[in-house]
Ligand binder design. Structure first.
Ligand code: HEM
Length: 587
C-alpha cells in the first residue's frame, strides 16, 4: 500500500489542481455557444463522442450546427467543430495558433519516442521537411511493384480456403486484412518482412503491434494525467510508478512497447550498416532470428536514411528521431488502413452492383495490358497494374474517396488553442440566448474536437444525400477535367483536407503523411482480390433463421463487430461469404 502513495498523491494533486482552477475561473467566451448539457462535472459529455457514437455525432450537428460547446474532464469547456471556414483557419491561415494537445504528445513521446506524433514545433517541422518527400508519388511508383506479392499472397490465402469452383466459404477477412496491412508497413516502410501472413512463423514485433490497441484502451483513463505526471516527477520515480501500478494491463503494455522499440532499434541498426556498407546484411539475404529478409532498398526507411545522410547538419534527424518514426509509422498506418479496406469489402459484399462494376473496370485495364504486351502474365487476373494505371481507374478512385468520406476510419481528433484567438464560421450557429454566433472567441488552452465525421457528412457542402454512399458523386465532369479532388463538393465551400476536400486524413502541418501510401495499398489489394474472388454478406442462419450481422461501432475508430448471439459485439470481425469469381460476376 505504501508503494502506491506517490501514484495516489499524484492523481489526487491533479484533481485538486483542476478543481481549484475550475472554481476560480470566470465564465469563458465559449459559454455563449450552444451545446448539449454536461452530464457530470468529472467526465463532462465528451466521452459520448467515442462510445458507439455515430448517431450521437451526427445528431450534434443536426441540433447545434457546425460549432458546438461540449464539456470534457473536470468541467473544462471544449469546442466540437466541423465548420469549413473555421477548419481552414485551424489547418491553414492561423495554423500557428493551434496544436495537438499535451496528453497526445506526452503519451506518444513515451510510447513511440521522438517520431512525428511525439514532437512539436520546430522539431516536428524539421521532421516533416525530411519525411514529406519520402512519401512522394515517385517513391510510391517505385514501391508498388515491390509490394505486389503481399496482395498476391492475401488472394492465395483466401483462395486456398475455398474447397473448389462454385463452393462458398465463410471467411473472417479481418485478421487477414490486418496481417496484410502489417506486412505492407513492414516491407514498404521498414524493408523487412515480418511474415505476418505466414501463421507458421512467429514474429514478436507483429504480435506486439496487433496487441497494442486493446492494451492501450485498457489504460486510456491514465492519458489525461500524463503531462502532469511527466512535468512533476523525475524519470526514476516515473519508472517506479509504472512498476508499482497495480494492474496486469500495465505490465502487458510495457512489454508490447519494449518489444516494438527494441525491434525498431535492431532493424534500424542493421539497415544503417547495410546502407553504409559496414558489413551489414546483404540485400535480399535471409537474416537470422525473427527479422526476415531485407528488401531492395526502396523502402521508406532506406530512402529516409539516405536523405538524412546527405542533408545539412541543421536539418539532420538524430538516430532517436529516426527510430521514433518506425513505431510511429506502424502504429499510424496499419489499423487505419485495415479498417478502410475491410469497410470497402463489406460495402462491396452489400452492394453487388458496385462489386461487379469495379471488377469489370479492373478486368478491362488488365486485359488491355495483355493485348498491348505490357505484362508477362498469362491470365488477365494475374496482371499487375503500374502505379499510374492503378490510380487512373475512375470507379476505383471514386469508390475509395466515397468510402473514406462517408466512413472515415477515425472520427474525432483533438487540437488546442495555443493563444487567445477567434474562429470565424462559414455557417453561423445558435447562441444559448437564441442570438447568432458567427465568430467564436477562443481562450488560450481551449480544447477543439475536430469532427471528421460531421465534416464529411455536412449537407451544406456535400448535398442533401451527404450521408449516403454514392461513389458516382466523384465521377462528374469536373473529375474528368483537372478538379478531381473537389468533384463531389456541391458548393463553393471546401474543407482543407490532405486528401481531396474530405477531412479523413485531416489537413495542415500535421495532416496524415501516409495518405498516398494508404490509397496505393487499398487500390492494389482490391485490384488483386476482386479478379479472383467474389464477396457476399454471410448467408448462414442459426436455428432461429437469423443471419450474422456486421455492425460498425464508432468508438473513435470505426470497428466492425458481430452482434450476439453470433459474436461478442466487441472484437473486430468481418465474416463474408467468399467464392471464386464466375462469369456472371461482371457488370
Ligand atoms: C486510411 C488510412 C489512414 C487514415 C484514415 C489516417 C488518418 C490520419 C489522421 C486523421 C492523422 C492526423 C492525426 C492527428 O494529428 O490528430 C494522421 C496522421 C499520421 N498518419 Fe495517417 N492515416 C492513415 C494511414 C496512414 C498510413 C498508411 C501511414 C504510414 C505509412 C500513416 C502515417 C501517419 C503519420 C506518421 C501521421 C502523423 C503526422 C504528423 O503528425 O505529422 N497514416 N493519419
Amino acid at each position: 500500500m505504501a508503494l502506491l502513495t506517490p501514484v495516489v498523491a499524484a492523481v489526487l494533486g491533479y484533481v485538486l489542481w483542476r478543481l481549484a482552477r475550475w472554481t476560480t475561473k470566470p465564465q469563458s467566451a465559449l459559454s455563449r455557444v450552444a451545446g448539449p448539457p454536461r452530464e457530470s462535472w468529472l467526465k463532462g459529455n465528451v466521452q459520448n463522442l467515442f462510445r458507439d457514437a455515430l448517431e450521437y455525432n451526427l445528431r450534434l450537428s443536426r441540433e447545434y450546427g457546425t460549432a458546438v460547446r461540449m464539456y470534457s474532464l473536470y468541467g473544462q469547456e471544449a469546442l466540437y467543430i466541423s465548420d469549413p471556414l473555421a477548419l481552414q483557419h485551424v489547418f491553414g491561415k492561423d495554423q500557428q495558433a493551434y496544436d495537438v494537445n499535451d496528453a497526445f504528445i506526452t503519451s506518444n513521446l513515451l510510447m513511440f519516442g521522438e517520431g512525428l506524433i511525439g514532437t512539436l514545433g520546430d522539431q516536428h517541422k524539421k521532421q516533416r521537411k525530411m519525411l514529406n518527400p519520402v512519401f512522394s508519388v515517385s517513391n510510391m511508383r517505385d514501391l508498388l511493384p515491390v509490394i505486389q506479392p503481399i496482395a498476391d499472397q492475401m488472394a492465395a490465402i483466401f483462395t486456398q480456403q475455398i474447397p473448389g469452383d462454385g463452393a462458398v466459404t465463410e471467411i473472417d477477412v479481418m485478421p487477414w486484412l490486418s496481417r496484410g496491412a502489417q506486412e505492407y508497413i513492414s516491407q514498404a516502410c521498414f524493408g523487412y518482412t515480418f511474415n505476418a501472413l505466414d501463421l507458421n512463423k512467429r514474429n514478436e514485433y507483429s504480435e506486439a503491434a496487433r496487441r497494442y490497441t486493446p492494451a492501450a484502451l485498457k489504460l486510456s483513463h491514465l492519458r489525461p494525467f500524463l503531462p502532469f505526471i511527466v512535468r512533476t516527477f523525475p524519470l526514476a520515480l516515473r519508472k517506479k510508478m509504472v512498476e508499482w501500478y497495480p494492474r496486469e494491463a500495465m505490465k502487458d503494455f510495457v512489454y508490447i512497447l519494449t518489444t516494438m522499440h527494441e525491434t525498431s532499434k535492431r532493424i534500424f541498426e542493421r539497415k544503417k550498416r547495410a546502407l553504409g556498407g559496414e558489413g551489414g546484411q546483404a540485400q535480399g539475404e535471409k537474416e537470422e532470428g525473427d527479422l526476415g529478409p531485407l528488401m531492395q532498398g526502396k523502402d521508406i526507411m532506406s530512402i529516409l536514411l539516405k536523405a538524412n545522410a546527405s542533408s545539412d547538419e541543421a536539418d539532420r534527424l538524430t538516430d532517436d528521431e529516426l527510430i521514433g518514426q518506425m513505431s510511429t509509422l506502424l502504429f499510424a498506418g496499419f489499423e487505419t488502413t485495415t479498417y478502410a479496406i475491410s469497410r470497402i469489402l463489406w460495402l462491396l459484399a452489400s452492394r453487388q452492383d458496385a462489386q461487379a462494376r469495379l471488377r469489370s473496370e479492373i478486368r478491362a485495364a488488365k486485359q488491355a495490358y495483355l493485348a498491348e504486351g505490357r505484362s508477362p502474365a498469362e491470365a488477365w487476373e494475374d496482371v499487375s497494374l503500374s502505379y499510374d494505371d492503378l490510380m487512373a481507374l475512375p470507379y476505383l478512385d471514386a469508390l475509395l474517396r466515397e468510402t473514406l468520406r462517408v466512413y472515415p476510419p477515425s472520427s474525432v481528433h483533438f487540437r488546442v488553442a495555443k493563444e487567445d484567438t477567434t474562429l470565424p464560421l462559414q455557417y453561423p450557429v445558435r447562441a444559448v440566448d437564441g442570438s447568432s454566433v458567427s465568430v467564436v472567441p477562443l481562450e488560450k488552452g481551449t480544447q477543439l474536437l475536430i469532427s471528421i465525421i460531421a465534416s464529411n457528412h455536412n449537407k451544406d457542402v456535400w448535398g442533401e444525400d451527404a450521408s449516403e454512399w454514392k461513389p458516382e458523386r466523384w465521377m462528374t465532369a469536373s473529375a474528368e477535367s483537372e478538379d478531381k479532388d473537389n468533384a463531389a463538393v456541391k458548393s463553393s465551400v471546401r474543407y482543407p483536407g490532405a486528401y481531396s476536400s474530405i477531412l479523413t486524413f485531416l489537413g495542415g502541418p500535421r495532416g496524415c503523411i501516409g495518405f498516398k501510401f494508404s490509397e496505393m495499398e487499398a487500390k492494389q489489394v482490391l485490384a488483386t482480390l476482386l479478379p479472383r474472388l467474389h464477396f457476399a454478406l454471410p448467408s448462414a442462419t442459426n436455428a432461429d433463421g437469423r443471419k450474422k450481422e456486421i455492425y460498425w461501432k464508432m468508438s473513435g475508430p470505426q470497428i466492425p463487430v458481430v452482434q450476439p448471439p453470433f459474436g461478442d459485439g466487441m472484437s473486430p470481425q468481418v465474416p463474408l461469404d467468399v467464392r471464386r469469381v464466375e462469369t456472371e460476376d461482371f457488370a
